[in-house]
Design a protein around this ligand. Structure first.
Ligand code: C2O
Ligand code: CU
Length: 452
């Protein structure tokens, strides 16, 4: 093969790289645009139809953040970790080996797994160093989910333990490229890159964002191919307000939207996901984030480019998704569960209903109940509301009904606003309800919902 290449390439081209001394070659490599990397695909170890079997190792890793080397963690040594893919209905088995020097677990964020597979300390003793645990569940819904530890969460996620989980509906149109874009922010605390932030909102001006681990990468599309990109904000505390000219929004956390929308000022809170179809053609578009802060939304500073997408001559063909166009459910007006978010003043805990984890009063709902949830934010920052083991419909935000039916498991609650949600309590067990700003979660902003 190599001889064939030599035979085809013009002599000057080979000499160009061949004559460069090694030091200069390294400099050139870091100075040029970085091609967008993609996390590896986890290898399915079970060939049986309807079953997938993955093995993952939580281990130490070195991350190169725009040229700065950081000692961190990673699943199989990389951040983002390998993408776990399954189809709706598949029996999923994931063997985790803990090669860290500290206990860990896997939490299936957004997935309706059985309670004992949720990876939280109420239902599982954290896996000690050197030991393993096998998670098994059925993939019940299509969507873009993720997996991360739920013990020592802020520190372990911040150091790089996160991976996307993609569940596909075989009846949906298949894109030529179905990819994952994981966003993470580094330098979220004053102590610098790699440290978890507790109470200080991050300064949007000084953060370094990575896409699949790379700073400001360039993604060169192949001509005339369809592209579905699954976005995940895996940062501990940092919001994105994304704009992607030419792309259309296909889905939020829990599968296809009722109708497609432009990707403009798309707020992705920590833990949030969205799916977009890339339709830009004949040029270059910049995927950017507006400066956005949990302490007040829009922030000072110019938008920042996170990713450059270079389209071909021949743009991608749109995929024929079927959008239901359904309006949100009618809000019945009653409230079954009320969550009030407050606290966070200096030396004060972050609170839900006036209580700080673990000294909380669990709420109870009946299995299969139709539950209307109201979330009120009385504090001076936004909070991404997250509920384990269930999906919910967003009825309204701040009294404004959702423009179309949408299902989420993580949704931002802006300052001084009220959210109305509806869910079917279809998964029995003890489930955590918390803010997905991981410093807030560890600062007390977590409670429990019992479905029985
Ligand atoms: Cu992604 Cu309880 O978390
Ligand atoms: Cu919060």
């Amino acid at each position: 093969m190599i001889f064939t290449l030599f035979g085809c390439v013009a002599p000057g081209v080979v000499a160009d790289t061949g004559s460069v001394p090694p030091e200069t070659a390294a400099d050139t490599a870091t100075a040029g645009p970085i091609p967008l990397p993609f996390p590896p695909a986890a290898v399915d170890l079970d060939a049986t139809e309807g079953r997938v079997w993955f093995a993952l190792s939580a281990q130490s890793a070195t991350h190169d953040i725009g040229g700065t080397e950081l000692a961190g963690y990673g699943y199989d040594g990389v951040a983002p970790g390998p993408v776990l893919r399954a189809r709706v209905g598949d029996e999923v088995t994931v063997e985790l080996h803990n090669a860290l020097d500290t206990p860990t677990t896997l939490h299936w964020h957004g997935m309706s797994v059985p309670n004992e597979m949720d990876g939280v300390e109420r239902v599982q003793t954290p896996i000690p160093p050197g030991a393993g645990f096998t998670y098994t569940f059925t993939a019940t819904h299509a969507g873009t989910f993720w997996v991360h530890p739920h013990v020592d969460t802020a520190r372990q996620v911040d150091l790089g333990l996160y991976a996307a989980v993609v569940v596909t509906e075989p009846t949906e149109p298949q894109a030529d490229h179905d990819v994952v874009l994981v966003f993470d922010a580094w330098g979220e605390a004053e102590s610098g890159v790699g440290a978890a932030d507790d109470h200080t909102p991050p300064d949007p001006r000084t953060q370094v964002w990575t896409v699949n681990g790379a700073v400001s990468p360039v993604w060169t599309l192949e001509p005339a191919q369809s592209v579905r990109a699954r976005l995940l904000n895996a940062s501990n505390t940092s919001y994105l307000s994304l704009s992607w000219p030419g792309a259309r929004l296909l889905a939020t956390d829990q599968g296809l939207s009722a109708s497609p929308a432009a990707v403009e000022a798309l707020v992705l809170a920590p833990g949030d996901r969205a799916e977009v179809e890339v339709l830009a053609s004949g040029g270059t578009v910049e995927v950017s984030t507006a400066m956005w802060s949990p302490a007040g939304g829009a922030s000072y500073g110019e938008p920042r480019t996170l990713l450059t997408v270079v389209g071909g001559e021949d743009g991608p063909e749109p995929l024929a998704f079927v959008f239901s166009g359904a309006a949100p459910s009618i809000d019945p007006g009653r409230t079954d569960l009320l969550y009030t978010f407050s606290g966070g003043a200096p030396d004060e805990d972050w609170l839900i209903n006036g209580e700080a984890w673990p000294d909380v009063t669990a709420a109870n709902v009946e299995l299969e109940a139709d539950v209307i949830i109201e979330v009120r934010n009385l504090s001076a920052t936004s909070h991404p509301f997250h509920l384990h083991g269930h999906r919910f419909e967003v009825l309204s935000v701040g009294g404004v009904a959702s423009p179309a039916r949408r299902f989420e498991d993580t949704v931002d609650v802006p300052i001084r606003s009220t959210l109305r949600l509806r869910m079917t309590a279809d998964n029995p067990g003890q489930w955590l309800v918390h803010c997905h700003l991981l410093g807030h979660e560890e600062g007390g902003m977590m409670t429990e919902l019992v479905v029985e």
